[in-house]
Design a protein around this ligand. Structure first.
Ligand SMILES: [Zn+2]
Length: 430
């Protein structure tokens, strides 16, 4: 069978707008920009769909992950760590083995046992919760863990960072009583998802992802529980007075979800953060707490991935920003560009002062014997937010001439003033 796709436009303007978007999207392709900015690489020897991160790309990942962690820490999350493999019994218990066994990388140990590379972190985390008997007073338990997961995708399906075989997920899990769900979901939404996406200028849309009543075989658990869980999410969305649409059949196999869609600078929509209410995994793993009367009570589990996969989120962010990351996130924040060799000593002194005063600023000195025009062009191509141009005049005045990557001349200023300016910008995550 051959499929032919067509698009129709009401007006010529609309068509032109669309063509322009396509052209711009091609220019912003994260695979192209990733190579230009030296962020990640693929190797034939390692294999397709297995990205390798360079020092600059790794810096981006650490900063993004830390940002999410800082937001989580404020609302009571703790960090946990887990291995990359597990006995297959873990997934048989969770139900993942039946649903996804074709996507799971398998390992046979030399003793003949079957193990699996983890395709997600949730089942491992249930076993951290299950280590002891909890009192209701100790709940919620909130576990945060960015960890690499593995899925055996078909080679033809792989594409840049959007679809890979190894990706780092930032899925966190809250183990709590049913009565605590609304509060927990609301906190993730208001205090993590919203500020995180706002700082990159993404608009968010919401999909309430429900089970499909026509296909009960696709889901774990009883229908009543599903309806109850779905109603909690619906109420939460209604209370926040945000627009949302219901996606029937979009739920996870263990529970309904709040899925957030981000609109990027080209008007394209991407599914990003997800908050899921899971009443089935706790059942399958027999997770409980002791209630006020000393009785065992079944708990529920909340899954909350903010970026989803860091790798895929970076592919979206690279295309959204065209590689011009906000100052706080830029792998190199300031380039020092002496006009001639005569200023190299002064440039080194400026670099040292910046590093001492700021502590963590990421500064690069370009003291090659090249024209300053070339140095400026290259720093701008690398999307370094600020360039400090140092000539005889600046050296004499003990100042720096500041230029932005967009080519805006901010004039001469003292180092202290420049530091104040960028510290504020970094703090505000601009
Ligand atoms: Zn999860």
């Amino acid at each position: 069978m051959q499929r032919i796709y067509g698009l129709a436009f009401e007006t010529k303007e609309e068509l032109e707008k669309y063509l322009k978007m396509i052209e711009e999207a091609a220019k912003r392709d994260h695979k192209v920009i990733g190579q230009k900015l030296d962020l990640f690489v693929f190797s034939d020897l390692v294999g397709t769909g297995l990205p390798l991160w360079t020092p600059k790309g790794t810096m981006l990942r650490i900063l993004l992950d830390d940002y999410v962690w800082q937001l989580r820490k404020k609302i009571g999350y703790e960090r946990v760590e887990i291995p990359h493999i597990t006995k297959k019994e873990l997934y048989q218990t969770s139900g993942h083995w039946d649903k996804f066994k074709d996507d799971i990388f398998r390992i046979t140990t030399r003793e003949g046992h079957e193990f699996a590379m983890k395709p997600m972190s949730c089942p491992h985390h249930t076993q951290i919760y299950a280590r002891k008997l909890w009192s209701y007073r100790e709940l919620p338990q909130r576990y945060s863990n960015s960890t690499t997961c593995y899925r055996d995708e078909q080679t033809g399906e792989l594409s840049g960072l959007s679809r890979v075989r190894a990706f780092t997920q930032d899925d966190a899990h809250v183990f709590c009583r049913f009565g605590q769900v609304k509060q927990e979901l609301g906190a993730i939404w208001d205090k993590i998802v919203v500020p995180f996406y706002k700082s990159f200028g993404f608009e968010l849309k919401l999909r309430l992802s429900l089970h499909d009543p026509a296909h009960p075989e696709k889901y774990l658990g009883e229908k009543d529980k599903w309806l109850e869980a779905e109603e909690v999410l619906r109420q939460l969305a209604k209370e926040r007075k945000v627009e949302f649409f219901e996606g029937v059949g979009e739920a996870a196999f263990y529970g309904p979800k709040l899925d957030f869609m981000a609109t990027d600078s080209l008007g394209r929509e991407w599914q990003v953060a997800t908050i899921q209410l899971d009443m089935n995994q706790p059942e399958r793993f027999d997770l409980t707490c002791v209630d006020e009367k000393g009785q065992k009570e079944r708990i529920v589990m909340v899954h909350a991935a903010i970026m989803g996969s860091i790798d895929r989120f970076l592919s979206i962010l690279i295309e959204h920003t065209a590689g011009a990351f906000p100052l706080w996130l830029s792998p190199v924040q300031v380039s020092i560009l002496p006009i001639s060799k005569k200023q190299n000593a002064y440039a080194k002194k400026v670099m040292k002062e910046l590093l001492v005063a700021s502590g963590e600023l990421r500064v690069e000195l370009d003291d090659r014997d090249e024209s300053v025009g070339k140095k400026i062009r290259e720093a701008s191509m690398q999307k370094v937010p600020y360039q400090l141009i140092l000539g005889e005049k600046e050296q004499k005045a003990k100042k720096v001439a500041v230029r932005t990557r967009e080519g805006k001349d901010l004039g001469q200023m003292g180092l202290k003033k420049f530091l104040e300016k960028i510290s504020l910008e970094i703090e505000k995550k601009k």
